[in-house]
Design a protein around this ligand. Structure first.
Ligand SMILES: [Zn+2]
Length: 312
């Protein structure tokens, strides 16, 4: 009797949501679970793992993706931003004890990048840079097929590249970071400021809404609202400026752009590409494909599972 191929579990824990997947050894999802994040995080994760192990017995390892940074040398969670306060620094040790599985804990952008690399928009490339543009902005570098996490695990923090040297303070302590201009909350803040001070924006439907989200801005842009369109294009310029820097630095084969802000589709992708073309060193630009991510919210759980498969 042959032993069945190993399976892997990947779980993405964001501030409020949890997305778990049981995947086969090639990264295809066999079963998934979606839910909220409870206060008792470790028991909750352990019970999801037990549930998925009932579906397939031969689970070889568990990968968990979190919005915080993870120190590669110590496996400790360094910056649990946006995570439940019950999240423990030694997530790795506690999960290992609670599940009995080999555990890999990884930053969510790193995990999503790896998911896109294995089965999504990064497939077929060996070198790619991934950007996750949502409530925050994260990034990850894959070089020669391997996640390159830097000296201690924090490589790829593209959201904290300075775009505006006179800009607003950022959560990281710097000012004018890409994240202060192009994350979803920053798009809303910029749109709100401009609606207040600029009479040319008075025709925008956004001005009629008491509160709006970055999704609403993208929706109105899609409906042909000039002001919303301008806000999305501006955002694309900021992102493109950062992407040009990445391209000049790495001469990378492919740039994969994911996260909620990219749901605006070509409305944002086109201005990004135009800005990169305008700013990047021409031979570098010509050697780089810039594409939208394909896996959506499945990227991080799949990637976490595949990192658990590949990192030992
Ligand atoms: Zn910053």
């Amino acid at each position: 009797m042959t032993t069945p191929a190993p399976k892997f579990i990947g779980i993405n824990v964001s501030g409020e949501h949890m997305r778990a997947a049981l995947v086969d050894e090639h990264g295809s999802i066999l079963e998934s679970r979606i839910g909220g994040v409870s206060k008792e995080l470790i028991p909750q994760l352990a019970s999801i793992v037990a549930d998925l192990r009932n579906v397939a017995g031969n689970v070889a390892a568990l990968g968990v993706a979190i919005p915080g940074l993870v120190n590669r040398q110590t496996d400790r969670v360094v910056s649990p931003r946006g995570l439940p306060s019950t999240l423990v620094e030694d997530l790795h040790g506690e999960l290992t004890r609670a599940t009995g599985l080999r555990v890999e804990v990884e930053n969510d952008a790193n995990a999503a990048a790896y998911g896109e690399y294995i089965v999504g928009a990064g497939r077929g490339s060996r070198n790619l840079f991934y950007m996750m543009i949502g409530n925050g902005i994260g990034g990850a570098i894959i070089l020669d097929g391997k996640l390159w996490s830097g000296a201690s695990g924090f490589a790829g923090e593209v959201g904290h590249i300075t775009i505006d040297t006179e800009g607003l303070p950022c959560v990281c302590g710097n000012t004018g970071c890409l994240e202060t201009l192009a994350s979803a909350p920053s798009i809303v803040r910029r749109a709100r400021e401009r609606l207040h001070r600029d009479s040319t924006s008075s025709l925008s439907r956004l001005g009629l809404q008491k509160s709006f989200t970055a999704e609403d801005v993208a929706h109105q842009a899609n409906e042909g609202d000039d002001f919303a369109l301008m806000m999305i294009e501006r955002t694309g310029k900021y992102i493109g400026t950062a992407v040009a820097t990445v391209i000049n630095l790495l001469n990378i084969e492919r740039i994969v752009l994911g996260g909620g802000v990219m749901d605006a589709g070509s409305l944002i992708l086109n201005p990004i590409i135009q800005e990169v073309k305008r700013r990047a060193f021409q031979p570098c630009f010509e050697a780089t494909e810039i594409v939208a991510a394909k896996l959506g919210l499945d990227a991080a759980p799949i990637g976490a599972a595949m990192l658990a498969r590949d990192i030992h």
